[in-house]
Write a protein that binds this ligand. Sequence first.
Ligand code: AMP
Length: 281
Amino acid sequence: MILIRTINELKKYLNNKSETIGFVPTMGALHPGHLSLIAASKQTAPFTICSIFVNPTQFNDPADYQQYPITIESDIQQLESAGCDLLFLPSVQEIYPDQTQQPHFALGHLENLLEGAYRPGHFQGVCQVVSRLLQIIQPTWLFLGQKDYQQCMVIAKLIELEGLSTQLTIVPTMREPSGLAMSSRNMRLTEQGRAHATAIYTALKAIKENIKAGPVSDLQTKAIDSLLQAGFSKVDYVSIAHATTLEPVLKWDGQESLVVLAAAFIEGVRLIDNMPLNTSN
Ligand code: AMP
């Protein structure tokens, strides 16, 4: 695997390449969920690039940024074994040479809902880094995890806003055998915390199994109660929403595509998860 740290070097390398590119952006602390994106890219694209960059502009909580796990040696080993062709590992200075001039993206209501409401500015930060990386790498395919469902909708909007031809592929969430969605943040949980955190999957599954046409707020209330009972200290939201706009659905017509999204704290760690409702996955 080729390791490149600067934009100039990466551009020079890519200028001499004719192969189309599959791109997997990450913040490192890699786990099998990330590697499933690499595998998806390798199935489609002749050349796979992964980036590792802990993006400061998407953290609204400085402590969260400071505590973000960094496991670069293990990440490199995992990417090598997964057959990734190139790792782009830029510094903050490289991505944001001028901190004062960041573009603003017209994401509309999508950026104020759910994660956007609890993490103001988060999706602007995500778009700043992804737009920069797409500009530099110009991939034919972009692979994102369904684990960050709202992020996928935001990046689809970014691609539309920028008029890019990059095709977005959303890869299903990889879970532990217990059902807990794999996440770099799980590393900060104790063994007991991880066991209790599976309640988030159980709660989403219960909604998927019990949803029917009509008012849905009881299902949400039950899910929130079950999380608090399982040891979550705070639930930011459990929201049954329209599958693409993510607008909350109070009363389901039995037809429109839905997703349930949740965010909650356990052992001081904020976890998110989601599940499409009226689909087979
Ligand atoms: P992150 O490093 O957390 O920014 O994630 C990088 C990419 O990996 C994003 O597209 C995530 O949605 C994706 N990802 C994270 N966890 C999982 C998972 N459990 N299953 C599938 N994709 C994931």
